[in-house]
Design a protein. Sequence first.
Length: 224
Amino acid sequence: MSAQDTEGATSRRPCFDVLSMMADVIAALAEDRAQDGMLRLDELKRILEMTKGAGSPLARAFDTQEAKCRKAFRPASRHASSRNDVFRRLMVRPFETLLEGEPPAFPRCFLANYFELVEAAFGEKFKSYDERSREIFQDMLVVHGNDLAWDVFFNDARARAVLGHALTRLMHYIESPAGQWAWLTCLNRQNVDGAKPSSEQADLILNTLRTTRKALGPAAEKKA
């Protein structure tokens, strides 16, 4: 990544604005105290000490940026909504933690590759899974109302059964000749930005799906 790219990525993170402020403050103080373009070590140490004080420009900068930082790192709402595609969210559940982080292990922009494979594997069955997931969701929504969280839905025995059933069907498909071809085709397709999952990212998703199916127990091992 070039210096320009790094600067652009950093500038989009509010907390990193403080680093720019720190550099500007130190540069300004250094320029003010430099003689013939030179700065003695003791002067540099004095400048750094000045930036530590409670009333220093940097301290005020941190106060200003604190709210922005909190907002930037605040977790996304975990409240479920019927406006979301319930079954698709269920199929992402096994590897949703891989979508987080900076950078994520599996960027969200590659989910289209994954769902292309899922739809190829399920065919008309996709609609059945989707309808059943929505039925479960609506039933839980009646009980929990607006307080329904995604984790509560994901941990419901009925939702876990749908996921186990779907994962079994998906893994059987991937292990078939047609599924292996579809896996390579879908996971190697470039998105609109010209990016595609690496072989390591594809293997990570495959292993996570396989492990999740096994973890769901004997019920998930039955062929769907």
